[in-house]
Design a protein around this ligand. Structure first.
Ligand code: ZN
Length: 380
């Protein structure tokens, strides 16, 4: 069995605060004298029944974590660790998503907040060997004029070089805000050549996906999984070439689906959608990037060739430069051509050592696909 941590891939759906290691969050809370909800440091902060409480609990905990980020050092540490963790999971291209608004008061404004993230993305990316781009995300909870301000800021830093802005997103509770009102912000982003990458189709169904397609003309959808509920909408997603950033652990943790096996990954791929697996918020879902590929393998029965196709799909959906994409795609071919561990030759699939999550990340193979209890254990 080939090691999925060695499969080159692009990671297109990871939030800045949500990328934090639990230990880092504990450190920051300590340093700033903030008392965290104890559950945030628990093994599985979001294990709740499959109803909408998942989202509200998530939002409360996310806000508590975000309140611990209060300085340039904190921000740099989060970016650098996200890049390190991605590197250990075979990600050669990371597009990390940040809404600089909450951090702006601590570092002198929106512009410095974004520039800190961009500078550290470039520095850490070069030092660690991951190509890192940044997605600036506006929030549905704020006024659409704030989104325009962020789009203009993002546009000023647009580019596909290391530590430049590659996309513009819209995050937070899908049920809030008027989607159409965010259209002008996306128009600003598009004119600057940024990818339009709003969230949609996770908490709400296919009608919402269509609303986002019509109003924001996305290049990729954050999630979009629920387009699988209407073949006509899914066809539209495929025909319009909209890639889907699918985050299975997020969907299950938020109660969108009852169990890993209910995430319609197979149906999306079979319909021809370009899927890029992502971790979304590993801090809260306790599940990082490789775990999403492990789920595809262990729960959805993806073969190594199909997993390689998922990795290619993530790379093609990224905004990496042609040369980076070419290098990563060649790496995928080499991974698939290499020893699968069952043949004679060998040693090509040794896991890179020293990754903090190495001990509790993978290990899903062999677990029964329908064991809901296993999910909690694996995330622990
Ligand atoms: Zn997200």
């Amino acid at each position: 069995m080939r090691d999925l941590a060695l499969l080159p891939k692009a990671h297109l759906h990871l939030h800045f605060t949500g990328s934090m290691r639990p230990g880092t969050l504990a450190d920051l809370a300590d340093r700033h004298g903030i008392r965290l909800p104890a559950v945030l440091l628990d093994a599985d902060p979001l294990h709740v029944p499959a109803d909408e409480r998942g989202w509200f609990r998530f939002q409360r905990l996310y806000d508590a974590a975000r309140a611990c980020v209060r300085s340039e050092d904190d921000m740099r540490r989060i970016v650098a660790e996200a890049v390190e963790d991605d590197a250990a999971e075979g990600s050669g291209r990371l597009e990390i998503q940040v809404d600089p608004t909450s951090y702006a008061p601590f570092v002198g404004g929106l512009t410095p907040a974004l520039e800190i993230v961009l500078d550290e993305a470039r520095r850490a990316g070069e030092a660690i060997g991951v190509d890192v781009g940044v997605v600036v995300a506006a929030s549905r909870m704020r006024h659409p004029l704030d989104a325009r301000t962020l789009a203009r800021l993002a546009a000023r830093h647009a580019g596909d070089g290391p530590g430049e802005v590659v996309g513009f997103g819209l995050s937070n509770d899908e049920r809030r805000g008027d989607t159409e009102a965010f259209g002008p912000a996306f128009a600003i982003a598009r004119r600057a050549g940024l990818a339009a990458v709003p969230h949609g189709g996770e908490l709400l169904g296919p009608a919402h996906v269509e609303e986002v397609l019509d109003a924001l003309r996305p290049d990729r959808l954050g999630h979009g999984v629920r387009s699988a509920e209407d073949p006509r909408v899914l066809d539209r997603v495929v025909d319009e070439g909209v890639a889907l950033e699918v985050c299975p652990a997020s969907n299950v943790s938020l109660g969108v689906y009852g169990a890993d096996r209910d995430v319609p990954l197979r149906a999306l791929v079979a319909a021809g959608a370009r899927v890029a697996l992502g971790a979304d918020d590993p801090l809260l879902f306790r599940s990082r990037l490789v775990a999403q590929y492990e789920t595809a393998r262990a729960v959805h029965g993806f073969s190594d060739a199909e997993l390689a196709a998922l990795a290619r799909s993530s790379i093609l959906a990224s905004r990496a430069s042609e040369s980076v994409r070419g290098r990563l795609l060649a790496g995928v071919d080499a991974w698939l051509a290499g020893d699968d561990g069952e043949g004679s030759g060998g040693g090509a699939t040794t896991r890179s050592a020293g990754h903090p999550d190495a001990a509790d990340g993978p290990g899903r193979a062999g677990e029964p696909a329908d064991a809901e209890g296993a999910r909690v254990e694996v995330r622990g």
